[in-house]
Design a binder for this molecule. Sequence first.
Ligand SMILES: CC(C)(COP(=O)(O)OP(=O)(O)OC[C@H]1O[C@@H](n2cnc3c(N)ncnc32)[C@H](O)[C@@H]1OP(=O)(O)O)[C@@H](O)C(=O)NCCC(=O)NCCS
Length: 154
Amino acid sequence: MESRKVAESVVETVHIVRPNHLNAAGRLFGGILMQWIDEVAALTAKRHTHKNVITVSVDNLRFLKGAYQKDVIVIIGKMTYVGRTSMEVEVDSFVEALDGERTHINHAYFTMVALDEKDRPTPVPGLLLETEEEKAKWERARKRKEARLADRQK
Ligand SMILES: CC(C)(COP(=O)(O)OP(=O)(O)OC[C@H]1O[C@@H](n2cnc3c(N)ncnc32)[C@H](O)[C@@H]1OP(=O)(O)O)[C@@H](O)C(=O)NCCC(=O)NCCS
């Protein structure tokens, strides 16, 4: 199966925080951001695999800073690792100011699984690592996968 570069599947989405996205404290509701980042992870994995995908786990989900009405939220999804039928997507979210400066507000790792026509896990294309950073991320993701699977055994 053809392998693909990390750059080929990068996804970037942009949202504006509207009144219906706020929680009672007047901040962006975490559940809304979780929906947006889950969509970005799925789009990234779909671009990489050209298949349907599902979310199997999310870890290291961190809300680093709040966001508020009218903020512009930029969400970026990048492939870090592929297994046989699963893959890891790193998703980072930022508030983008008018001058373009980005403040990191959320970080998460999604494990996605590709599915065939019968909704069974199916093999995914390899990931071509072009930079030292991509290689380092792959190695860290491989260790996270080992930890997840060890956790699953318990
Ligand atoms: C994802 C799902 C099909 C996996 O089924 P399964 O019987 O565990 O299948 P497998 O054991 O073959 O696992 C498939 C892959 O997922 C990985 N995986 C399974 N459970 C995992 C977990 N908890 N964390 C991380 N990876 C996991 C396996 O390591 C395997 O990866 P690999 O092929 O790259 O080695 C099944 O758990 C499922 O349908 N879950 C519900 C998903 C869903 O509805 N998501 C919400 C809506 S999108």
